[in-house]
Design a protein around this ligand. Sequence first.
Ligand code: G3P
Length: 214
Amino acid sequence: MKLFIDTANLDEIKTAQSWGILDGVTTNPTLLSREKGNFRNILRSICEVVDGPVSGEVVSLDAEGMIKEGKDLATIHSNIVIKIPMTLEGLKAIKSLTAAGIRTNTTLVFSPLQALLAAKAGTTFVSPFVGRLDDIHQVGMDIVSQIVTIYENYRYETEVIVASIRNPLHIVEAAMFGAHICTIPFSVMQKMVKHPLTDSGIKRFLEDWKKVEK
Ligand code: G3P
């Protein structure tokens, strides 16, 4: 499974990169709004740190505007992937950008049918938002399982990025269902490595090591 970080914060990205397990980055307008500096410079800096897909999102609502923005964002760096919202206009933009050789990540996906349409339009990645579904008491992970099955049934090459992850269990379930990628907030990434038995085990080994004749 590939692990992306869901942030536009360069310090978090550099730290996760130093752990040696980072495969890519996803940003969105909200995440970029939390950072200082021009968004193009931020995206470029991220691309210089991480050698993998880096998603930047368009804000136009019509296909023509999305295509124009997408082509412009793609000039920032070869790692850039264009995040397009799941709408009819978005589908048109995905088709066109794909034909132009530009990779897309279809975002704000909340149903398996939306994911099916995005794959048919040729999107490189699809991002089901599990946490936001959980928030409205619909089991978010259900659509991940459905999307993975549908893509396998028809051999779509679109990769599933499980997004809106809120806790480590989301990642376990995504991996069990065979999702290709999880995009994970920094705080959740830190939690993935932690286990109290690991900590107490290290403490005990160090205490016992003192008793060993050296
Ligand atoms: O990158 C998009 C997605 O992961 C957003 O997550 O927590 O705002 O629902 P959240």
